[in-house]
Design a protein around this ligand. Sequence first.
Ligand code: ADP
Length: 192
Amino acid sequence: MRMLLMGPPGAGKGTQAKIVGERLGVPTISTGDIFRANMAEETELGLEAKRYVDAGEYVPDEVTNRMVRARLAEPDATKGFLLDGYPRTVAQVETLDELLAETGKKLNAVVVLKADNDEIVKRLLNRARVEGRSDDTEDVIRRRLEVYDEQTHPLLEVYADHGVLVEVNGVGDVDEVTERVLTAIAPLETEQ
Ligand code: ADP
């Protein structure tokens, strides 16, 4: 299974990505998690990403694409993958298309988690209290939502045209949303 989990910040992508990846037996690859791990360890990649992440801006495509290319080349990704938070720009969609073309594989499913803006801001402000993520302040949250609307939301149309897009309501209990995701992708889960 090769799938993407998309949707605005705060829609619950990270939470669902981990659970759904495990249920499907494929690695979950979260670009946000990889950036945060590198920031915590102060690697070169982490130091480069930090100023963008902390401002709510996207890390430059060249950096992100290089990182994803390397991760998808690891052996565990040959059986499939769940990408969380990638692609988010036109250039990233193009890179992913190239990577898939190189291996002769196609995406099976692109799941969009939906939640309205009030719910999103509520969740992110709550997460700020619990986890203390540096990009969960009100101004930066607002900027992240803007960047999503400008750069990432338009990409959904591309995947809808390919017939692999499914929308899932992200509001509800975690278990309930997981079941919705699994039910939505079941018809798309063919090997190719
Ligand atoms: P959220 O779902 O709240 O946007 P993530 O953990 O997915 O949180 O991402 C946090 C930050 O990491 C983003 O705001 C951005 O700065 C950076 N980031 C993550 N994925 C990408 C990507 N595909 N391209 C560019 N920047 C990214």
